[in-house]
Design a binder for this molecule. Structure first.
Ligand code: SF4
Ligand code: SF4
Length: 334
């Protein structure tokens, strides 16, 4: 296993790391075994989130009895100081830890939210206090929106950025990843397999890790066999036949894959288009059908409110047939 610096945190993380989303859909015993197997194979960075239901507690159970702990990261979508302080305490309790190595602002969608979290009564203030108290070591941020992360990097307040980065969604590679690395931040590439759209894991991981600015590729796994195959697949450089395989998949998905850039927003009807595509991705590629349908139920404006005005399609830089895609999502999620 290759290990890389996580920015200026002083931590060295495995190039392939374990993401906590899929742990939600497997039984507790299997999740614990998966965590231990990953650690045995040299994975030393595990990331989860408050939002991933029982993922934190399953990871905590997998860490029980270990003499040497891996580097643990979690995150919260709390935006106020009070709510973030409560979530840090919940994460610590769920994982049975006295300290979490990296705690992140989760899924900061726009500049307004970034500003709100950085206000004196915002979530960031709680993370500073948690760091002073020794509950966490480093503060990071995750987002699907490159411009938000670019602004976050420039604040100098974060040790890491987490961003979707894969052969389909590679917009972060142009400006964000080199800038974050130049500013000394660790770069955590999430969704390196494009949420399951890239079936050839080895080439997809080599593609990401071929970028020397990436600290680690965070891979969601739900089967023990994936641990060794992902680690082995990620070794070495991308060969020309692997590049061809990847390019085939990229061209298959490119015209129908939402990159969650938010440019299509706002919809005049109030439909949260990127959120619906995220939920549909969980439904179709992550195997979380019930979870995705339940989340869709609480979305305030449903797909049926679409009046087919087409404004979203005019703004989408990837030319996605959003109206048609939304109707397909509707059939799955409603
Ligand atoms: S539908 Fe298009 S504009 Fe909207 S978030 Fe997805 S990729 Fe971006
Ligand atoms: S086409 Fe539908 S989803 Fe798109 S902006 Fe118009 S109302 Fe909203």
């Amino acid at each position: 296993m290759e290990y890389r610096q996580l920015g200026q945190t002083g931590l060295r993380v495995s190039a392939v790391s374990l993401g906590g989303i899929p742990l939600q859909r497997i039984p507790a015993g299997e999740a614990e075994e998966l965590v231990r197997t990953a650690i045995r194979h040299g994975i030393n960075f595990i990331d989860t989130a408050r939002a991933y239901t029982d993922s934190e507690s399953k990871i905590g159970a997998g860490l029980q009895g270990l003499t040497e702990l891996p580097i643990i990261a979690s995150k919260s979508m709390a935006r106020t100081k009070e709510a973030m302080a409560a979530d840090v305490a919940k994460s610590l309790a769920a994982m049975g830890l006295s300290r979490i190595d990296l705690y992140q602002l989760h899924n900061v969608k726009d500049l307004e939210t970034l500003e709100r979290t950085l206000a004196p009564d915002g979530a960031y203030a709680a993370l500073l206090e948690a760091r002073e108290k020794g509950q966490i070591n480093h503060i990071g941020i995750s987002s699907h929106v490159v411009s938000v992360l670019l602004a976050a990097v420039e604040t100098g307040k974060f040790a890491t950025v987490m961003v979707p980065y894969n052969a389909i969604e590679n917009q972060a590679a142009q400006e964000l990843v080199p800038r974050a690395a130049a500013m000394g931040l660790g770069v955590i590439a999430m969704k390196p397999l494009a949420g399951g759209a890239l079936q050839y894991a080895g080439p997809a991981l080599k593609y990401i890790l071929g970028n020397p600015h990436v600290s680690t590729a965070l891979v969601g796994m739900d089967r023990l066999s994936q641990v060794a195959s992902n680690i082995q697949g990620a070794e070495g450089c991308l060969q020309s036949d692997e590049r061809n395989q990847l390019e085939e998949l990229v061209s298959k998905w490119a015209g129908r894959f939402c990159r969650r850039c938010e440019y299509c927003q706002p919809c005049p009807q109030g439909i949260d288009i990127p959120m619906i595509f995220i939920l549909d991705g969980y439904h179709t590629r992550y195997g979380l059908q019930e979870w995705a349908r339940n989340r869709y139920q609480v979305i305030p404006v449903k797909i049926g409110e679409c009046v087919e005005c087409g404004q979203c399609e005019e703004r989408c830089p990837y030319g996605l047939p959003i109206r048609e895609m939304l109707q397909e999502c509707r059939a799955r999620l409603e």
